[in-house]
Design a protein around this ligand. Sequence first.
Ligand code: HPA
Length: 249
Amino acid sequence: MLAIIGGSGLTQLGNLEISRRQLVRTPYGDPSGALTFGRMGGQEVVFLARHGYGHTIPPHLVNYRANIHALVEAAGASRIVSVASVGGIRADLEPGKLLVPHQIIDYTWGRQMSFHDRTDREVVHIDFTHPYDEALRRQLLAAAAAAGQSIVDGAVYAATQGPRLETAAEIERLARDGADIVGMTGMPEASLAREAGCPYAALAVVANWAAGRGDSQAMIHFSGIEAVLQESMGRVRQLLDQIGSEPAG
Ligand code: HPA
C-alpha cells in the first residue's frame, strides 16, 4: 500500500479512483481528515490531505503523529510519499521546480515529535543519518523520468516552524547552514515515519522564492503562488500515477 500525504495545492488526487473513505481514531488523536482509499495506476493507494480537505490546519497544528499512525497502523502503508510546497533558497531552484530532497535540517519547536513519549519504557533513539528512504527516492526519480519530467535529485530541506514566512536574514542563515529549500511540514513527519518503520520520501514543489531571494526581495507575493502550485501539482499527479504503476519496491 502506497500512502500519499498531500500538502498545499494537493488536497485531492484527480487520478485516484476512490473506493472508500475511512475515519480513523488513533491513540494520538485525530488525523487531518478521513483516509481516502483507491487505485492509481494499478496500485492501491491511501491519500491524506495534510492540512485537512478544506485546507484549514496550519503547519504547526498538524497532528503529525496521528497522521503517520493512521497511515501505517490503520491503513497498512508500506511506503509514504509526502508532497510538499517549499520556498526556493538555492539559485537554481526557482518556482515550478520539482525536487526529491535528500537531507533535512529541523528548526521546528514545540511539536509532538515522537511516538516515544513515555518515561516508563526503554529509551529509543532511531537512526536518522539519512532521513529519506533511498529506494523510495529512486522510485520517485524514476517515475519522473518515465513521465518525461525534469526533477532535481537532492536538496537540503529546512523545516521551519511557521505559520509565518521567514525574514530575509533567517533565509540567509538557512543558506549558510546549507539549506536549499524551506518548508514548514517536513518535520516531524519524516522522523515519525522512521520511528514507525515506514519508508518515507518527499516530492517538493518550489512555490515561491524564499524571502529576500529572486522576486521575493521586497516581499513574498501570494498571488503568483497559487498559479505555480496549480500547474506544478498537475505534473506531480502525473508523476504519482507513474509511481503507482510501478511494482512496489
Ligand atoms: N517558507 C516556508 N515554507 C514555505 C515557503 C517559504 O517560503 N513556501 C512554501 N512553503
